[in-house]
Write a protein that binds this ligand. Structure first.
Ligand SMILES: Nc1ncnc2c1ncn2[C@@H]1O[C@H](COP(=O)(O)OP(=O)(O)O)[C@@H](O)[C@H]1O
Ligand SMILES: [Mg+2]
Length: 409
């Protein structure tokens, strides 16, 4: 078992004692130092090089967020877990942006604390070794990379899956290029049902393969659709989602991007580590919005977080189910988000329902319907769009992924 060295940062001596007591009987975890403010934390992180830092937020001299930002940059081997009594969105966002990997809200048990420490340590270790391998194995070889289009909204039921399926198929049909559709809604993905495909293996089995993911292995799990697109379905049961690690998903997206022209990713309505990987890898993020207030609220928070993460340039706002009676006006939505909609997909219950029931996407069977036309237009626009960083990415040297600065919860 590896020994995990921990630095405890908190201005209250009693709290530091409590944490040490909670970890006392964990044989693989050792508290190697304590700091009482942000400045001390930075100095001790540099001299002790702990594996994990437990960081309080509110402290004199320098707060935990500022210290996190400094340490995340200067000491990538240290994983920082923010420990706070406050679980508000604002702290969460700032901690994420500063480079924390986890966020632990007091009170917590010794088991919970030890588990988080082990998880964070393990995932950082894997990430570092992967980065090491990558930087040795892939010098400046120009690898052609496709576009990753991730559809996201932190609210469910806005049409991510309908649009992702139709868009992938529209791209395959209109561009005749290589397209893959990945169902990353690991607990509730229903692309398989929507497209009526017979599922053999899923991403769950693929993620458990012991061999490194190369294209021939990945391809053996991709299901061909009659449109020409390939599909990687979500696990058949929700509990299998746990078998899929962040590292595997990052590897998978990389392999797909190197071998397909378009990788369309459907997501779950959560800010979890898997979705963050899909957002990070994306060349374009389609943020879905419908014309109702709850969705507007979700999308506001989504935009805030995506902006904090530095994704502003790749965000495209897509209004779905447009034209429903009583909906907020599109112009008002555009004003409120301070950007115009990249696409507006109309509401069409009849076409959508019949396409779902037949297992045939609207863009194939009812391409002349308004919704079919709108999605085909969206595909054409995305195919022609140069607003992504595709070319730059082709020669990019492996960098510390943003996802590495984030945490899962
Ligand atoms: N443009 C649309 N017109 C009509 N119904 C739609 C439209 N988009 C989505 N829906 C309906 O909303 C439901 C949820 O869509 P889905 O794609 O599963 O959402 P999500 O993946 O965001 O949870 C679908 O079953 C469909 O009936
Ligand atoms: Mg869905």
């Amino acid at each position: 078992m590896p020994e995990i060295n921990v630095l405890v940062v908190d201005d209250i001596a009693n709290t530091r004692e409590d944490v040490k007591r909670l970890l006392y009987f964990e044989d693989d975890i050792t508290v190697i130092g304590e700091a009482a403010d942000g400045e001390e934390a930075i100095a001790m992180a540099a001299s002790l090089k702990p594996d994990v830092i437990l960081m309080d937020i509110n402290m004199p001299k320098m707060d935990g967020i500022q210290a996190t930002e400094n340490i995340a940059n200067s000491c990538p081997e240290c994983s920082i877990i923010i420990v706070s009594i406050q679980g508000e969105q604002e702290y969460l966002r700032r901690a994420m942006a500063a480079g924390a990997r986890e966020f632990l809200v007091k009170p917590f048990s010794g088991n919970e604390l030890a588990e988080v420490i082990r998880r964070v340590y393990e995932s950082n270790r894997k990430r570092l070794s992967l980065m090491g391998l990558q930087s040795q194995a892939s010098p400046r070889i120009k690898i052609q990379k496709g576009k990753i289009i991730t559809l996201f909204c932190s609210k469910g039921g806005v049409g991510k899956t309908i649009l992702a399926s139709n868009l992938a198929i529209a791209l395959a049909q209109t561009t005749k290029k290589k397209v893959v559709l990945v169902d990353l809604d690991l607990q509730g993905g229903d692309i398989g049902v929507m497209l009526n495909i017979t599922i053999k293996g899923t991403i769950a089995e693929l993620a458990q393969e012991v061999d490194p993911l190369d294209i021939s292995l990945v391809d053996s799990y991709l299901l061909p659709h009659l449109s020409g697109a390939k599909i990687l379905p979500a696990p058949l049961s929700p509990e299998q989602a746990e078998l899929i690690t962040l590292q595997r998903v990052e590897e998978l997206l990389q392999v797909l991007q190197e071998n397909f022209d378009y990788v369309v990713v459907d997501t779950s309505p959560l800010f979890n580590d898997i979705n963050l990987a899909a957002l990070d890898a994306a060349t374009q993020i389609l943020v879905l919005l419908s014309q109702d207030l709850p969705c507007v609220k979700h999308v506001k928070t989504t935009m805030d977080i995506l902006t904090t993460l530095g994704y502003t340039d790749k965000i495209k706002l897509v209004i779905n189910s447009a034209g429903m009676e009583g909906g907020i006006k599109i112009t008002d939505l555009e004003k409120s988000f301070n950007q115009s909609a990249f696409a507006v997909i109309p509401y069409d219950e009849k076409v959508v329902r019949s396409s779902i029931n037949k297992g045939l996407p609207a863009v194939m069977t009812q391409a002349n319907s308004k919704i079919g036309e709108a999605i085909l237009d969206l595909a054409t626009k995305l195919a022609g769009s140069k607003s992504d960083s595709n070319e730059n990415q082709a020669e990019e040297i492996p960098k510390r992924s943003l996802i590495g600065r984030l945490f899962s919860f």
